[in-house]
Design a protein around this ligand. Structure first.
Ligand code: ZN
Length: 474
């Protein structure tokens, strides 16, 4: 405990008992630093600690400020905060007792605080996280969420409106692709030997993919994360659902214990058991995200839980079939621009793929732990090529499987896109009758297209789904 700190302690506390000075403050946890992350609707303060603490948080108004009492702690160094673009105007601190630290955050608007502590993990030690949520009434948040209107996806001249602003014929809606850049903020993800962070590489690819998808008529892309901030895994799927996503694509670039590992892979959810050891390893490391960034402020309420359960039973199988299908198309296209780690879509228990009602894939664009791939992943040309291959795979999938009511469905139904043959890999529990309903073809047509003598199917069997005969439009 330095002299300056003793001074602060003495100045701050009224009625402070001299005997308390005898307490060995060195035994207390030290608050080492504070980091600030700005998200579209909240500001996150992360205090790095040398050990566990008890804490409490409350707000005061006129002027707005937030008081954080950290018990069993002293300050290791003055807190320096980069508060640009946040409601924070300054951060002050004082020892209330030799072991109780008070931090006062001065604010220029009202916030709603949520706080929790995090246990140490591979990247960080003990942390205290305080999230300051903007009040919903804030008309002018510090970082506005980009929208089609304010951030055109394609260059727009005043006389030529963006393609996204054109009215779609017959009011047919766009197919919505939620693009999820992995990690962010507090959670850097995997790191390359030259300090490349997965969170930065995947955000660049995600933004490029959004730009390319928005240039396709009949499609619209939404990002779950638009900057360098943390989003819990469940919140990512929640954002996708709120945006009305028809497909969820999570973008990652992982590390492996072996720096020689290379190549891209595509994952869909497995209900139980990963298809390979690598898949299990990756799923564990990706799911660790919530331990790094903390999911303490997010929970499914009971209604969501019940709904999720029901939806899970009803649509998980259909979603998974679509996920495997779109995943295979994306994988084939990625294989044109980079090496593949695995030639088939792998399945693993990634938390972020657990939307029961939205087909979801996770693309590992390469191994950032491999020096050669890390360099490629950091280059704009390779990021564009990867985005292009993902876009192509996604587009191929939706041209064959357009959701009803979309512009792409309208194109197909009016004969502007031929509904060609598709293939299907039989999964456990599927029957010929189920597939006939799902693909809207007759059982007899399925039998004859595949030369089936009986209706018995084997798991893993490949079936050709014949072209759909489309009814003429009125
Ligand atoms: Zn990742």
């Amino acid at each position: 405990m330095g002299l300056g700190m003793r001074m602060r302690a003495l100045v701050a506390v009224v009625g402070f008992m001299l005997t308390a000075l005898a307490v060995d403050a060195l035994a207390a946890t030290q608050v080492k630093s504070v980091r600030v992350w700005r998200a579209p609707d909240n500001t996150r303060l992360v205090f790095d600690l040398s050990g566990p603490v008890q804490h409490s948080v409350f707000t005061l108004s006129s002027p707005d400020r937030l008081v954080i009492d950290i018990n069993g702690a002293t300050l290791a160094a003055p807190l320096e905060v980069n508060s640009a673009n946040t409601p924070i105007t300054s951060v002050r601190s004082a020892q209330r007792t030799p072991t109780d630290l008070r931090v006062v955050v001065d604010l220029n608007k009202t916030v709603t605080p949520k706080s929790f502590t995090l246990a140490p993990n591979q990247q960080y030690g003990n942390r205290l996280v305080v999230d300051l949520y903007d009040s919903p009434a804030d008309a002018d948040p510090p970082v506005p969420t980009p929208s089609v209107a304010t951030t055109p996806a394609v260059p727009v001249t005043p006389t030529q409106p963006s393609i996204k602003l054109e009215p779609v014929p017959n009011g047919k809606r766009d197919i919505i692709i939620a693009i999820d850049a992995g990690h962010g903020g507090e959670d850097p993800g995997a790191s390359g030997s030259r300090g490349q962070h997965e969170k930065d590489v995947v955000l660049a690819i995600a933004k490029e993919l959004q730009r390319q998808i928005n240039a396709e008529k009949g499609f619209r892309a939404e990002l779950t994360r638009t900057g360098d901030y943390f989003i819990p895994l469940r919140k990512r799927t929640e954002i996708a659902r709120k945006k009305g996503a028809d497909l969820f694509v999570s973008i990652h670039a992982d590390a492996a214990p072996s720096t020689a590992a290379f190549g891209a892979s595509v994952f869909a959810l497995s209900e139980r058991g990963a298809t390979s050891e690598t898949a299990r390893w990756l799923a564990d490391s990706e799911n660790r995200s919530d331990l790094i960034g903390g999911a303490g402020n997010v929970s499914l309420d009971d209604k969501d839980r019940m709904l999720a359960g029901v939806l899970l039973d009803l649509s998980m199988t259909a979603s998974l079939t679509s996920s495997l299908n779109v995943g295979q198309k994306v994988l084939s296209n990625i294989g044109q621009v980079t090496s593949l780690h695995k030639r088939r879509v792998e399945q693993a228990g990634f938390m972020v793929l657990k939307s029961p009602d939205i087909p979801s894939i996770l693309v590992e664009t390469g191994f950032i732990s491999n020096a050669n791939e890390a360099n490629k992943l950091s280059s704009a040309a390779h990021q564009q090529a990867l985005a292009r291959s993902i876009r192509t795979g996604v587009k191929q999938f939706f041209q064959q499987n357009p959701p009803p009511g979309t512009y792409i469905a309208w194109l197909r139904d009016t004969g502007k896109i031929a509904q060609g043959p598709r293939d299907h890999t039989v999964r456990s529990g599927e029957t010929l009758a189920m597939l006939a309903v799902r693909y809207q073809v007759g059982i007899a047509a399925l039998r004859s297209a595949n030369g089936l003598k009986t209706d018995e199917l084997k798991v893993g069997q490949h079936l050709e789904i014949p072209s759909t005969v489309l009814a003429a439009q009125p």
